[in-house]
Design a protein around this ligand. Structure first.
Ligand code: PLP
Length: 447
């Protein structure tokens, strides 16, 4: 009966979505003829078809059918200042008028590097790339190059981009994932090098005892441990502070490098989540907000490690046609200059308020669920058991999450299909309160 009611609700919500978005439907049909699935970004696809956006301004988006949305996704966190921020737009426009890439050094690269080194004490030197994927790829290369060892430990469910190493056990099916305390290394895509899959050791996030055993088993070969202080892709699951402290001590003890992937979490404090947690990694991968809305990645860390990339005598090779390009550099600099300690504190408070409001809404409507997260990052999970790692998040009801997503779109709230939400600086309490009311309404409609 319940399943039947669920199917009826889904059909009603989907019909409403189709009624509101004929322009997106038509463009998606055309796109499928030239792009497999109609979209280059698998994470941006959802069923029945993704929206085609026309414009963004502040915290609002307008789709090709003229529907307006408050943007609670912010391009999966990169748009921390929302869309078309006047200061960032002006900086980029001024630069674009002077050219976008020269195969030479530019002062804006130096200034953005200084800004990042100033904010993050563990980052003594930094190099730029074009995506978070490149940042974590170079981080892994640096750990292997520096230590001369060949294995990397990552967390089950940890997302670090799309290179081979990053796609091991990013979203393993629970049937293949093996023992919870000693997870299998499962390729999350076809086409990965088998050797890479074998050299990635997987640990259960937040489980000190199990991770300690895994590190002990591989310590002679272990080049590094890569971890997000708050696991984003797995469902915005914060690390327990003692877990990160344990990783710091355990890596130090066996001579492995500790890599923080702060591509998403850098927004949580002036110096990133490592400041909030007070744990200093050897290497930090950055992306998203440090590009002010343009494509970016960066790898920073200890000078003795980063020196391996020194262009005068490179032992590790890193380059890239658009690495450090001036359009991204000026946008990133403007974005970070706008992101003061006060702005971050306000965003974090707003996030706290929203997490509480969404949690109360779930309780009020009587749907089993919870809201995880930290600061301005959060995710809704339709499951009662506490979400503390990949497996607990993976057991949540994904059908309900996708139904909520479409229901929210129909009501003008743009979030992710899997329940991820993040805030931007143009948002005020009124947008958040309005979203909490809409969320309550959508949940009620799903009952
Ligand atoms: N690391 C984390 C934690 C991410 O969330 C992402 C992207 O979402 C990446 C790395 C990869 O970044 P990009 O999509 O810029 O390659």
């Amino acid at each position: 009966m319940a399943e039947n009611r669920h199917a009826v609700t889904k059909a009603r919500v989907e019909a409403e979505y189709r009624r509101r978005t004929p322009g997106s439907a038509a463009l998606h049909e055309a796109a499928k003829r030239v792009i497999p699935g109609g979209e280059s970004r698998t994470a941006a696809y959802f069923s029945p078809y993704p929206l085609f956006m026309e414009q963004g301004e502040g915290c609002r988006l307008t789709d090709v059918d003229g529907n307006r949305y408050v943007d609670f996704l912010n391009n999966y966190t990169s748009q921390i200042h929302g869309h078309a921020n006047p200061l960032i737009t002006e900086a980029v426009s001024r630069q674009i008028a002077k050219g976008t890439a020269y195969a030479s050094s530019v002062e804006s690269q130096l200034r953005l590097a200084e800004e990042i080194c100033r904010r993050v004490p563990s980052v003594e030197l930094v190099r730029f790339a074009n995506s978070g994927t490149e940042a974590t790829m170079y981080a892994i290369r640096a750990a292997k190059g520096f230590t001369g060892r060949n294995k990397i430990l990552k967390m089950e469910g940890g997302y670090h981009g799309t290179h081979d190493a990053a796609l091991v056990s990013f979203a393993p099916s629970l049937d293949l994932a093996g023992e919870a305390e000693s997870p299998n290394s499962v390729p999350s895509s076809g086409g990965l090098f088998k050797g890479v899959v074998d050299d990635i050791v997987v640990a259960p996030f937040n489980n000190i005892e199990a991770t300690a055993r895994i590190i002990e088993r591989h310590k002679k070969d272990l080049a590094g441990v890569i971890v997000e202080p708050v696991m984003g892709g797995a469902g915005t699951v914060p690390a327990r502070p003692e877990y990160l402290r344990f990783l710091r001590e355990a890596t130090e003890a066996c001579g492995a490098m500790l890599i923080f992937d702060e591509v998403i979490t850098f927004r949580l404090a002036y110096g990133g989540a490592q400041e909030a947690y007070d744990v200093k990694p050897d290497l930090t991968a950055l992306g998203k907000i440090i590009g002010g809305g343009l494509p970016v990645g960066a790898l920073g860390g200890r000078a003795d490690l980063m020196d391996l990339f020194d262009s005068r005598r490179p032992q590790l090779y890193q380059t890239g046609t658009f690495s450090g390009n001036p359009a991204t550099m000026v946008a990133g600099l403007a974005s970070l200059e706008l992101l003061t300690t006060e702005k971050i504190a306000r965003l974090n408070e707003l996030g706290e308020h929203m997490r509480r409001g969404l949690g109360d809404a779930l309780a009020e409507v009587g749907i089993e669920g919870q809201v995880t997260g930290m600061g301005s990052l959060m995710a809704v999970h339709f499951i009662q058991e506490p979400v503390t790692d990949y497996r607990s998040a993976a057991r949540a009801d994904k059908e309900l999450a996708s139904l909520l997503h479409l229901s929210l779109l129909n009501r003008g709230i743009f979030t992710s299909p899997r329940g991820f939400i993040c805030l931007s600086t143009p948002m005020e309490k009124k947008e958040v309160d309005e979203a909490i009311r809409t969320f309550t309404e959508a949940l009620t409609g799903m009952q």
